[in-house]
Design a binder for this molecule. Structure first.
Ligand code: ADP
Ligand code: GLC
Length: 511
């Protein structure tokens, strides 16, 4: 691969001071929210954005499932009232409405329904995806509308996230179209990951309870199946995805994964808004999970974090070797197949260490287990989910590897920068928008980028980072400073969401 080209430096994002909010009422409908239930970045976004909106003067709240794994006592979650949710075919599902407060600030409603959420996983278990996910999440979206009616919280905007909540916009325009307290409520659908669309057998359609006239290719129907995300795209008043680059990508045939024509039909209502970073939780100066604190002014704590991480993970305790961190779901999207192809050779040819935290695809889990066994002291892995270790890896690593095939936004590269850990990324979606490529002449940039989705490109770029580490340590120090100075706080993005909410409200008024 040719050496990646240096790119023009984009201006660092500066948070504009929040405008005095017009006081919108916004209900987030989502299947994840940190710290209650998290499988990936969706949970971080659903936790952070409402908090920022509230600080701007809006009344943002959240509704999500009360999964069995959520620790009610720990989070002060208590029963409020029973709610009867009406599904299709006249089916009534009683749920228990529970309430809590996220970070003591954001009201969260939890949908307790043992039949659907009283199990260990969010979407799946070791045996695979739950067979009734269409029913489980149709209930969540319908419950969101019923909770509004029963509690009297009538939102200006219902903000649905990904396929599990994509029916909320549908219900607002079908069940709640006229003579409903929600008939003026607008909807926004955010696509965090178009690779998951919620496609199910057509037999689930009657449970959703909208007329068969909607089972057409422009709305629900997808090769004879029901596609929940597609329906959300058709019905929502406004659409967003989580970076400007990804908003362009999903309008293309490959990036749109079957939905490109449908998104193109709505392109005037589609906005790409970069995710932010919640620096209350991801900050090396205050992080409760890391062994030593540090800042731009004094990086000595970072060296201590690296030494402790090497020790904890059984790696050789070498401050002079570059350490690459990985924290990820193991899904095809993340590009670890490319890494599996090139890591054995790269480890033979270059001196570096790798620490991996992740879970998902069993094949990928075994690849990393095998590499750790073959390269003791150089490769270590923890297969599983650990919030604590994820923070530690951000702090203790020198580089952070994200060779994603596609990445709508990606949060870890932004966390990494704050921790002075340089991202090594494929230039796709939000990774391209947030990482500035290293310029060897000037030492400017915030990380290392490559473009081709190929094992050789990953290997070359890892090599580029390793050679910079050994040959130009002054540039590593400069890149680290640049990275730590980036500001990806939520205020800027939240202000953009408010503009989208206003657009959606105006669209809803026009009918
Ligand atoms: P995605 O949402 O596609 O998984 P993101 O980069 O947006 O990717 O967000 C991933 C989030 O999930 C980050 O907060 C990351 O730290 C966390 N995460 C992923 N895998 C694990 C894991 N095995 N243990 C702990 N946290 C994880
Ligand atoms: C998704 C995407 C990731 C994004 C996250 C939060 O799961 O894969 O890129 O950062 O959602 O928006």
């Amino acid at each position: 691969m040719a050496m990646p080209k240096a790119r023009t430096r984009k201006p660092a994002r500066r948070p504009s001071p929040p405008a005095p909010g017009p006081g919108l009422k916004i209900l987030f409908v989502a299947s994840e929210c940190a710290p209650y239930a998290k499988a990936g970045g969706l949970a971080d976004v659903v936790a952070a954005l409402p908090k920022t909106l509230r600080q701007m003067g809006h009344d943002a709240r959240i509704v999500m499932p009360l999964y069995a794994a959520i620790d009610r006592a720990r989070y002060g979650i208590g029963f409020l009232q029973p709610v009867c949710v009406h599904m299709g075919n006249g089916e009534e599902q009683w749920i228990g409405l529970h309430g809590g407060r996220l970070d003591g600030e954001v009201p969260v409603w939890f949908v307790d329904c043992d039949r659907y959420f009283g199990r260990p996983g969010l979407y799946d278990e070791a045996g695979g995806e739950y067979g009734d996910n269409a029913f489980r999440f149709a209930l969540l979206s319908k419950a969101a509308t019923q909770i509004c009616k029963d509690t009297g919280f009538i939102p200006d905007v219902m903000h649905a996230h990904d396929w599990p909540a994509a029916l909320a916009p549908v219900f607002l325009k079908t069940w709640d179209r006229i003579l409903s307290p929600l008939s003026a409520t607008a909807s926004v659908l955010t696509i965090h990951n178009i690779g998951y669309q919620g496609v199910y057998h057509a037999s689930v359609f009657p449970y959703i309870g909208v007329g068969w006239e909607h089972f057409v290719p422009e709305r629900f129907e997808d090769h004879g199946n029901v596609n929940l995300l597609k329906a959300g795209v058709a019905f929502a008043d406004a659409l967003t995805t989580v970076s400007p680059a990804h908003a362009r990508e999903i309008l293309e045939p490959i990036g749109g994964m079957g939905l490109a024509p449908h998104l193109d039909a709505r392109r005037a209502d589609l906005t790409g808004i970069l995710n932010g970073t919640d620096y209350d939780h991801w900050n090396p100066e205050t992080d409760p999970f890391i062994p030593a604190h540090y800042s731009l002014k004094d990086l000595s704590g970072k060296a201590a974090c690296k030494a402790d991480l090497q020790k904890r993970m059984g790696l050789a305790e070498r401050p002079d070797w570059p350490l690459f961190g990985i924290v990820s779901r193991f899904a095809p999207q993340k590009g670890f197949g490319l890494l599996a192809e090139c890591l054995p050779d790269a480890l033979r040819q270059m001196l570096f260490q790798v620490v991996v935290l992740g879970t998902g695809d069993p094949w990928m889990e075994n690849v990393f287990r095998g590499l750790a066994a073959a390269w003791p002291g150089r490769v270590a892995c923890h297969i599983g989910f650990s919030n604590e270790l994820s923070h530690w890896i951000e702090a203790g690593s020198d580089f952070f590897l994200m060779p994603s095939l596609y990445e709508p936004c990606g949060l870890n590269q932004m966390y990494s920068m704050k921790y002075g850990t340089l991202p090594v990324v494929r230039a796709t979606g939000g990774l391209d928008d947030t990482v500035e490529n290293y310029n060897e002449k000037t030492g400017l940039g915030t990380g290392f980028k490559f473009w081709e989705p190929a094992a050789a490109a990953v290997c070359d770029t890892v090599g580029w980072a390793v050679s910079t580490w050994f040959d130009r340590p002054h540039h590593i120090a400069k890149l680290r400073r640049n990275a730590m100075q980036q500001n990806f706080s939520w205020e800027t993005s939240a202000a953009e969401y408010v503009r989208v909410y206003e657009h959606a409200v105006a669209a809803r008024r026009r009918g």
